[in-house]
Design a protein around this ligand. Structure first.
Ligand code: NAP
Ligand code: HSE
Length: 428
C-alpha cells in the first residue's frame, strides 16, 4: 500500500483550483511516479461562502491558517494565494513547522528569496518555485538540472504573458493600448493590479529569479533597469515592423567577465528571431550556453492548468525527495559573488525616435552630439510630421549604455531635439 503525503494549500483561486484538479485527475500516474498518494487535506481561503470552480469535497476549507501549520499530518504547504508580506509570514511559519513548501509567488521569491531559501535549509525542508517564472514552462529546473554542466552566458525571456498578449494584438490588429489591456484582464492573464505587468515589474521579478538560478548571482530588483509598455506608441510598432523588427517586452540577463547586467524593456527583435514568433500570452526563454549554444523553451506563461502543472511537478519532486531522504537540499546550489557589469561594457544597438524642429542646422547638431559620444548610425529615416517638425528614426550601431546616456543628456540640452523613444535592438 502506498503511503500518504498530505498537502495544505494556501489559496483556492486560479492556480489553487488547477492544483487540486490536476492532483485528482492525474492521481494514478503521480502515485506511480512518486510512490505516494498525494492528497489535499486542507485549503485556506478568505471567503468560505464564495462559489468555487471545482467541488470542495475530499478536503476541508478553512479561513484559519493554523489549521494547516499546526496539523502534524500535513507535510507540504502549497502557497498559491499571492501577496508579499502575508505569504512570506505563512511560508516562514510552514518551514519552521518542518513542512516543505511549494510556491508560485514570483513577487515574494524575487524580493525575499534569499531569506526563504535559508529558512528552508535551516529547517531541513524543500522549497520549490518552478511556477514562479513562465507559468507552465519548466524553465527553472531545466536551468538548475539540465544545463548544470554548461556555463550559461545569456538569458533572454518573454516572461510576461499580459504584455506579450497586448503587443501581439497591437501589432496584428492595430488595437489601442486601452482596448488590449482590458482584453488581457478579462482573460485572466493580468495581475489583480496590472501596473506590475505593464510597467515591466512582473517581468523584472522573474528576471531576478532567472538570474539567481542561471548565474548564481543575487541581483536586487532595484538593480534591474526596468521599462514597461505603458507609453508605447503604435507608431513605433509600425515603424519597427517596416524596418524588419517586432517590438516585444523582453528581459535580458547577460554575464560578461564574471559580472552580470539585467534589464527589462521593450526591445526590437528581428522578425526572423525565434522570440519574435512568440505571440499572445505565450512565454519563451532563450538561453545561450557556452557549450550547448542557443536553446529556447516555449509555452504558456500563465493560466490555471499550465501554472498548476509546474506546481504539481514541484510537489512530485518533494515526494521523490521524501522517498529518497534527500529533502532540504537547496533548489539551486550555484552561488557566485554578485557583480554588476559597468554601463561602459553593456553593448546593444538602439532604436531611437526623435522629434526635431525642421530648420537648417538641427540635423547637423544631432549628428555632432552622436559623433561626440562615438555613436554611429546604421539606419536613419526622416519624415515631416508637420510644417515645423520632423520625425527622425535612428538605428545605431552597437554602442554601450554609457555612450547612449552621454548622447541623451547632451540632446536634452537642445530644445529643438526631443528623444521620444529609446529601445534596444537585438541582433541575430
Ligand atoms: P487568485 O486567483 O487571486 O487566488 C488567490 C487565492 O488566495 C484566493 O482563493 C483567495 O481566497 C486566497 N487568498 C488571498 N489572500 C488570502 C489571505 N490573506 N488569506 C487566505 N486566503 C487568501 O490568484 P492566482 O492567479 O491563483 O495566483 C496565485 C499565485 O500564483 C500568485 O502569487 C501569482 O502571482 C502566481 N501565479 C499566477 C499565475 C496565473 O496564471 N494566475 C501564473 C503564475 C504564477 P478567496 O478565494 O477566498 O478570495
Ligand atoms: N501576470 C502574469 C503574466 C501572470 O501576465 O505573465 C503569470 O505570472
Amino acid at each position: 500500500m502506498k503511503a500518504n503525503l498530505q498537502v495544505g494549500v494556501l489559496g483556492f483561486g486560479t492556480v489553487g483550483s488547477g492544483v487540486i484538479h490536476i492532483l485528482e485527475e492525474h492521481q494514478a500516474k503521480i502515485s506511480q511516479v512518486t510512490g505516494y498518494n498525494i492528497t489535499v487535506k486542507t485549503v485556506l481561503v478568505r471567503d468560505l461562502e464564495k462559489n468555487r470552480r471545482y467541488e470542495t469535497k475530499g478536503f476541508a476549507l478553512t479561513t484559519t491558517p493554523d489549521d494547516i501549520f499546526n496539523d502534524p499530518e500535513i507535510a507540504v504547504v502549497v502557497e498559491v494565494m499571492g501577496s508579499i508580506d502575508i505569504a512570506r509570514e505563512y511560508i516562514l511559519r510552514a518551514l519552521k513547522a518542518g513542512k516543505h513548501v511549494v510556491t508560485a509567488n514570483k513577487d515574494l521569491m524575487a524580493i525575499h528569496g534569499d531569506e526563504l531559501v535559508s529558512a528552508a535549509q535551516e529547517n531541513g525542508c524543500d522549497l520549490f518555485y518552478e511556477a514562479s517564472v513562465a507559468g507552465g514552462i519548466p524553465i527553472l529546473r531545466t536551468i538548475v538540472n539540465s544545463l548544470a554542466a554548461d556555463k550559461i552566458q545569456k538569458v533572454m525571456g518573454i516572461v510576461n504573458g499580459t504584455t506579450n498578449y497586448m503587443l501581439t494584438k497591437m501589432t496584428t490588429e492595430n488595437k489601442s493600448y486601452e482596448e488590449v489591456l482590458k482584453e488581457a484582464q478579462d482573460l485572466g492573464f493580468a495581475e489583480a493590479d496590472p501596473t506590475s505587468d505593464v510597467d515591466g515589474i512582473d517581468a523584472a521579478r522573474k528576471m531576478v529569479i532567472l538570474t539567481r538560478l542561471a548565474f548564481g548571482m543575487n541581483v536586487r530588483l532595484e538593480d534591474v533597469e526596468t521599462d514597461g509598455i505603458r507609453g508605447i506608441s503604435p507608431l513605433d510598432i509600425t515603424t519597427a515592423y517596416q524596418l524588419g523588427y517586432k517590438v516585444k517586452l523582453v528581459g535580458r540577463a547577460e554575464e560578461v567577465d564574471g559580472t552580470v547586467s539585467v534589464d527589462v524593456g521593450p526591445v526590437l527583435l528581428p522578425r526572423a528571431h525565434p522570440l519574435s514568433g512568440v505571440n499572445y500570452e505565450n512565454n519563451a526563454v532563450f538561453v545561450t550556453g557556452a557549450a550547448v549554444g542557443e536553446t529556447m523553451f516555449y509555452g504558456p506563461g500563465a493560466g490555471e492548468l499550465p501554472t498548476a502543472t509546474s506546481v504539481v511537478s514541484d510537489l512530485i519532486t518533494v515526494a521523490k525527495n521524501s522517498r529518497l531522504g534527500t529533502n532540504g537540499n537547496a533548489f539551486n546550489s550555484f552561488i557566485h559573488e554578485t557583480k554588476h557589469t559597468p554601463k561602459e561594457k553593456v553593448y546593444s544597438k538602439y532604436y531611437l525616435r526623435l522629434e526635431m524642429d525642421d530648420k537648417t542646422g538641427t540635423f547637423l547638431k544631432l549628428t555632432q552630439i552622436f559623433a561626440e559620444a562615438g555613436i554611429g548610425f546604421d539606419k536613419i529615416i526622416q519624415e515631416p510630421l508637420n510644417e515645423f517638425t520632423a520625425t527622425v528614426v535612428i538605428v545605431t550601431h552597437s554602442i554601450s549604455k554609457a555612450q547612449l546616456n552621454v548622447a541623451q543628456k547632451r540632446a536634452e540640452e537642445e530644445p529643438e531635439i526631443r528623444i521620444l523613444t529609446k529601445y534596444a535592438v537585438v541582433e541575430g
